[in-house]
Design a binder for this molecule. Sequence first.
Ligand code: AR6
Length: 177
Amino acid sequence: MARTGALPNRIRIELGDITRLTVDAIVNAANASLLGGGGVDGAIHRAAGPELLAECRGVGGCPPGEARLTRGYRLPAGHVIHTVGPIWRGGDAGEPDILARCYRSCLAIAREQGFQTIAVPAIATGVYGFPRDRAARIAVAEVAAYLAQNEIPAIVIFVCFDEANRDAYNAALGRGN
Ligand code: AR6
């Protein structure tokens, strides 16, 4: 087996609510204020409790494409890696590059922290309007490239809130449904 382990076993797709997962860290698709919002961000803050917002206030925001780490508080996950995706403006405003950087930024934090397993939602594909299939291809390409070069994180779970998203990840991974 290769030093980094077999890639197919290291990338998983799960349907469900990311706030329920017991992993080292879940990724939050936040906005630049890091002060909460709707979608997965709202769900994470609700599940984590007010201590998460208090820690986020001290972080001072996050530019698109970057990521910041907090604790997970009442979540089963130990930590939250907050990243800020691009707002879709038609695709010619650097959105794909920003989205790719989101994944690299989250993976770099996971590696620094020694997180074995992280769970990641479909960043920017909800309120921010990034086309789902294209976003899934970027997510898979960035994660596969990172895992091929790094032993940590060992496992990345793409968490899909609906079946359309799961189909997009399966297609991007070349897996049948
Ligand atoms: N678990 C997993 N995935 C979820 C969950 C959940 N509990 N809830 C939603 N999703 P979005 P964005 C999926 O809108 O597009 C917020 O207001 C959802 O179906 O949460 O990056 C922030 O504060 C979609 O596939 O994030 C920002 O202002 C994916 O998560 C803005 O929205 C991302 O959708 C960020 O927009």
